[in-house]
Design a protein around this ligand. Structure first.
Ligand SMILES: Nc1ncnc2c1ncn2[C@@H]1O[C@H](COP(=O)(O)OP(=O)(O)OP(=O)(O)O)[C@@H](O)[C@H]1O
Ligand SMILES: CC(C)(CO)[C@@H](O)C(=O)NCCC(=O)O
Ligand SMILES: [K+]
Length: 249
């Protein structure tokens, strides 16, 4: 079996594939290394041989996780690394190694699935957009705060914006003007994300007309999905790219 890990800024997304790489044996989202280990140890019938991993965390933090996994499971681990060109995509950054690896892998995944120009949108801790032309050239992208950051900035920098997770969830049943603080904030931030997404869509249209695909990924993809008709929600897009960047051989 193969363990795949996407270590984001807030959460670790993990899944275990059967040896044939076609069937998902188990998967989850955790908020710490300890929780990851706990989740894996509780799986009956787990038999790991390889691990592939992408991280946008600090080097030391990632190395610590790698060491723990090697000690616990004796697996060989392959970490995605920055690259100028891979799977037909050419990194467009002035300094290619500075492009977030989650963005890079989502781009590789999107371009592989689309085989044409694509716009890749990722809604996690940060929200990101990346543009890949039909010939594989990465034209660059945009980064802005995602839902968790926008919400927390408002909570942290005001005295009177306070509400719980239940109120937050219920607030998003509609997008009408809010009549409570929770509704006003949750809906306002959702509209910010949708506006971000729609302006990327307009830019993509100005470049490519109708000849492009739009991919949506990240934990908050569903918040913007119905504002972008025709977009494909692919929750495991980073993992699609991870398999391309870290093939087993
Ligand atoms: N099952 C889930 N577990 C955790 N967060 C989830 C889940 N489903 C949706 N979310 C939402 O997804 C967001 C986090 O997104 P995601 O997990 O893609 O990124 P992240 O690890 O926080 O950050 P990064 O962008 O660095 O990868 C949060 O706003 C959270 O509310
Ligand atoms: C933008 C995030 C935080 C999104 O997860 C990540 O891709 C990252 O840390 N990127 C490095 C900066 C950059 O991509 O320019
Ligand atoms: K991410």
């Amino acid at each position: 079996m193969i363990l795949e890990l996407d270590c984001g800024n807030s959460f670790i997304k993990w899944r275990v594939l059967e040896a044939n790489q076609a069937v998902v044996f188990a998967e989850g989202v955790v908020d710490s290394d300890v929780a990851l280990l706990g989740g894996l140890h509780s799986l009956v019938g787990l038999s790991l041989h390889h691990c592939r991993l992408v991280s946008v965390r600090a080097q030391e933090e990632t190395s610590r996780l790698v060491d723990v996994l090697v000690a616990a499971f004796g697996v060989s681990i392959s970490c995605a690394a920055p690259s100028r060109e891979m799977a037909g995509v050419r990194n467009g950054y002035e300094e290619y190694a500075r492009l977030g690896l989650d963005r890079w892998l989502a781009m590789l995944g999107g371009f592989r699935l689309a085989s044409r120009a694509c716009l890749v949108l990722d809604f996690g801790t940060a929200a990101t957009a990346d543009f890949i032309a039909a010939d594989g050239k990465h034209l660059g992208g945009f980064i802005c705060p995602g839902m968790p950051l926008m919400r927390n900035q408002l909570r942290t920098h005001t005295r009177k914006i306070r509400y719980d997770d239940v109120a937050a969830e219920r607030a998003l049943e509609k997008l009408e003007p809010g009549l409570t603080t929770a509704q006003a904030v949750e809906r306002g931030c959702t509209l910010m994300l949708r506006g971000f997404a729609q302006s990327q869509l307009e830019l993509a249209r100005s470049y490519w007309g109708k000849e492009f695909s739009v991919f949506l990924t990240g934990g908050d993809a569903e918040l913007v999905a119905d504002a972008l008709p025709g977009a494909r929600v692919v929750p495991d897009l980073v993992f699609v790219g991870l398999a391309l960047a870290c093939p087993l051989s």
